[in-house]
Write a protein that binds this ligand. Structure first.
Ligand code: PRP
Length: 300
């Protein structure tokens, strides 16, 4: 499989499962990001497991982590959930193969262990470890870790001579690496110079990792060329393609244009989820682009 083919498999799967979604008409609302700013597209790579399946899996993982169970029990249960989901869905399995093919095409490093961080990395790190027949290192946000062997059994392992490949769902600013995964891997004495991520949302994340001597391999670098590819593959329409171009030229100008055309009455919208409501409120109160004087009614 070529690099291009791997990217296409993943992009198509994400489009089918609404893991990659764009604003394809002026009637459609913007996506409100965690930063509290709006934008014309969004990417949620865990949907590669299936839109509904991803939701159920995440909920199950969250519940397992809440329960007062041993890390061994939690890791075993999470591993079973993910492996069963991959076995049950040919398209999820094919996406993991595409990701692994992409990795193999782009380097010669031979990891002896795969690491993955709580929670979404595990959708990818667990099946990649299984396919490479190497142990999996679960990294928990608390700082705990747990190792399973290539068959999924819990093991004790001397990590000092091992080389880890950290597999992730998406890199944004790489804050989870800087705050947690890099210090944890360093403390364990594992060599760690490379990470495979399904997608990269921002060049800043790649730069932050480079400063820490970690190089990034990813089939989906979310930037203009990826949207050109999506457009050429007919995965996004002309409206979306043009406005994403505007957004990359200037997020502020795109936002101004969106607010000028936007006829969505947020105050009247009944089905707004809490997260979205909070993000819109934060946008209004922080006014990151200084647009309040131009849109007094919206900011009122
Ligand atoms: O590049 P970064 O700045 O690290 O951001 C990206 C990471 O953040 C999110 O995970 P989060 O920490 O929210 O944990 P979750 O998987 O439990 O949702 C996301 O799933 C990525 O793993």
């Amino acid at each position: 499989m070529s690099n291009k083919a791997a990217t296409q498999v993943l992009l198509e799967r994400l489009t089918e499962t609404n893991g990659f979604s764009v604003r394809n008409s002026s009637e459609k609302d913007a996506y409100w990001y965690t930063s509290g700013k709006p934008g014309p597209f969004y990417i949620n790579t865990e949907n590669i497991a299936g839109e509904h399946a991803a939701e159920v899996i995440l909920e199950n993982i969250t519940n397992l982590l809440k329960d007062n169970l041993s890390r061994e029990h939690q890791a075993g249960a999470i591993l079973d959930i993910i492996n069963q989901a991959v076995d049950a869905d040919q398209a999820y399995n094919a996406s993991i193969d595409a990701l692994l093919d992409y990795y193999k095409l782009n380097n010669t490093y031979k990891p002896t262990i795969i690491s993955g961080g709580e929670r979404r990395d595990w959708f990818f790190s667990i099946p990649i470890a299984k396919k490479l027949q190497v142990p999996h290192l679960f990294l928990f946000k608390s700082g705990d870790y747990h190792i399973t062997d290539h068959e999924g059994k819990s093991i004790e392992l001397e990590l000092r001579d091992m080389s880890a490949l950290h597999v992730a769902d998406i890199i944004n600013l790489a804050s989870s690496y800087l705050k947690r995964w890099i210090p944890m891997l360093q403390n364990l004495g594992v060599a760690f110079t490379e990470t495979l991520s399904v997608a990269v949302r921002s060049q800043e994340g790649i730069d932050n990792l480079r400063k820490n001597n970690v190089s990034v391999i990813s089939p989906l670098i979310v930037d203009r060329p990826l949207f050109t590819e999506a457009y050429n593959l007919d995965l996004i329409n002309e409206f979306a393609f043009n406005e994403i171009g505007q957004f990359y030229d200037s997020p502020k100008d795109w936002t101004r244009h969106f607010l000028a055309e936007n006829n969505i009455e947020y105050s009247q919208a009944l089905n707004l989820d809490t997260a979205k409501k909070d993000r819109i409120e934060f946008f209004k109160s922080s006014d990151p682009y200084h647009l309040k004087s131009e849109f007094p009614l919206f900011f009122a």
